[in-house]
Design a protein around this ligand. Sequence first.
Ligand code: EAX
Length: 332
Amino acid sequence: MTLSRRLALASALLAPMLAPLALTIGAAPAAAQTQFTVQHALPLDSHTGAGAAAFKEAFERLTNGRFRVVPQRNDNEREMIESAQIGTIECLFTSTGPVGNFVPEVRIFDVPFLFRDTAHARGVLDSEIGQAVLARFPARGLMGVIWTENGFRHLTNSRREVNAPADLRGLKVRTMENQVHMRAFTTLGALPTPMAFSELVPALQQGTVDGQENPISVIVANNLNQVQRYMTLTNHVYSPSVMICNPDAVNRLNAADRAHFNEAARAAQKANRDRVTADEQSGVATLRSRGMTVVTQVDTAAFQTALAPAFAEWERTMDAATLRRIRDWRAN
Ligand code: EAX
């Protein structure tokens, strides 16, 4: 058989196989569900899982199933943000831990003792102050969709009961990859070690670090009581989280779907916050029943005084006017 005859035969054999393929590709856009992969850091049975699940339920229902949302767990928050930036995932929920490394303006919300309580934090984040910070995301190739939360962070450790700032001296504490938090722990005399959440449990098990800090919701959902004996309700910083998306994935939605998307994001925010509220009500009792020693009476003013040099620095390096607006904020 000549070469040209062989080629002709091969294409004749392949043609029937390629034809349906071309048809399938041609027909795809009309029939396809558009997939939104939404990553979040913690187990499905947690406040981050609750947010992702609520987004899925609402967005799929409102778009009559034309969109399919696939929640996925990824406990490396920096990696999730990078994935949304390059577009290998559509959306994610992350604490602000690593976000300031992408959108520096976010760091203002990571300042310790900035928010008086949960209502203050949620109110500021939902006000034009929070909106203005979300508006900084597109310049960094990201879309900041809506604020959610982890809650107020507390200290745990395996060495000793921490009652006063002096008890922190020399303690190796894992922090998030967040320069504001690291500065705070250095100022308190601890030795902060930044790492992704995915590395935390092995680091506690192996004794690479003595302690860590996280909200009750995170400590309960991840059974950190198995690797930490002491907890102190330091409330040292409110931990916001944020829904971030790949800008192209959202901008290509038509106006109606964009409205559904926004409504689904609000459903996620509500589910997330409701779950944090519930976890905070039951959390201390749960952790005590799992064997933790929990210090609930804390001299907050002593921690604030110990942080004075760091506060002075943030007044210089951050937007001092916005810091003041946040502190002065009151619900109408
Ligand atoms: O977002 O890294 C952390 O400590 C975060 O609080 C946790 O992963 C949930």
